[in-house]
Design a protein around this ligand. Structure first.
Ligand code: F6R
Length: 241
C-alpha cells in the first residue's frame, strides 16, 4: 500500500485529481470506478476545472459507480445518480452511454447486480477505482462482515451507515435501508485503487484499515492485499498512523 499524506484539503483534492488526470492521459478510454459521498466532491470539482481548461477529455471514458440506494428514484437529490450528474457528469464531455450506476429502482436487484458485473467485465475491467471509507471501515456499501469474495449485490445498510448518511436527509427515517453495491472482489479486481480519507473523525478507522489486521470486520483492510492501492489522507485523517 502506498500512503500519501496531503498537507491540506487543497493538496488532497489536487493529488487525487492528478492521479485521475494521469490515468486519462495514459489511457484516454480508461474505465473509472467512482465513489460518491463528501470525500470526492473536491476531486470532482478539480476534474471539472481541468476539463474546462482543456487538460482532460472524458469523451472515451467509461465509468462505473460503486453503489446506489435501493428504492430512491434517480431524480431524488440524495440518489447517487443525482449526485454524480450534479458534481461531474453534467459538467464534462462524458458520453451518457458510458455512465454506469447501479439501478436502485428495479424490482429484480439480483438480475441488476449480475448485469452490472457483466458490464464491468465487458468494458475490460476497472482501470482506476476511487474509494472513500465509512466510519465502520466500509468500502462501497460493503459493511463489516462482508466476505472478501463478494460481488455486486443488494446490501442491508449497517446502523452506523444509516446514521452517518442521515445528515443528507430530512430525517433518519428517510434514509434507505438497502443499497446495491459493487462487491469487495469487484473492487479488488480494479487495476489501481485510490482510497481517499479525510477528516479527524476518520483517523481511527484509517489506522485500522492501514495498519491493523486484514479482516472482514474492517472491509477496507483488504486493500492491504492489493498490488497497486494508494491511500491518500489529509493530516487529520493520518493523525493516528
Ligand atoms: C460512496 C461509498 C461510501 C463512501 C463512504 C464515505 O459511493 O461507496 O463507501 O465512500 O461512506 O463517505 P463520505 O465521503 O461521505 O464520508
Amino acid at each position: 500500500m502506498k500512503i500519501i499524506i496531503a498537507k491540506n484539503k487543497e493538496e488532497f483534492d489536487r493529488i487525487a485529481a492528478d492521479m485521475v488526470s494521469q490515468q486519462l492521459k495514459d489511457k484516454p478510454d480508461s474505465v473509472l470506478g467512482l465513489a460518491t459521498g463528501s470525500t470526492p466532491i473536491g476531486l470532482y470539482a478539480q476534474l471539472v476545472e481541468r476539463y474546462k481548461k482543456g487538460e482532460i477529455d472524458f469523451s472515451k471514458v467509461k465509468t462505473f459507480n460503486l453503489d446506489e440506494y435501493k428504492g430512491l428514484p434517480k431524480t431524488h437529490p440524495q440518489s447517487y445518480y443525482f449526485f454524480m450528474f450534479k458534481h461531474l457528469f453534467s459538467k464534462v464531455n462524458i458520453d451518457p452511454e458510458n455512465i454506469h450506476i447501479p439501478n436502485g429502482e428495479v424490482e429484480d436487484s439480483a438480475k441488476e447486480c449480475e448485469e452490472y458485473e457483466k458490464n464491468i467485465k465487458e468494458a475490460g475491467g476497472i482501470d482506476l477505482q476511487i474509494l472513500g471509507i465509512g466510519h465502520n471501515g466500509h468500502i462501497g456499501f460493503n459493511e463489516p462482515g462482508t466476505p472478501f469474495e463478494s460481488t455486486t449485490s443488494l446490501i442491508d445498510l449497517d446502523q452506523r451507515t444509516i446514521e452517518a448518511n442521515s445528515r443528507f436527509f430530512d430525517s433518519i427515517n428517510e434514509v434507505p435501508r438497502q443499497a446495491i453495491s459493487m462487491g469487495i472482489k469487484t473492487i479488488m479486481q480494479a487495476r489501481k485503487i485510490v482510497l481517499m480519507i479525510s477528516g479527524k473523525d476518520k483517523a481511527e478507522i484509517a489506522a485500522k484499515a492501514i495498519k491493523g489486521p486484514v479482516t472482514t470486520q474492517v472491509p477496507a483492510s483488504v486493500l492491504q492485499l492489493h498490488p497497486f492501492a494508494t491511500v491518500l489522507l489529509d493530516q487529520e485523517a493520518a493523525s493516528l498512523l
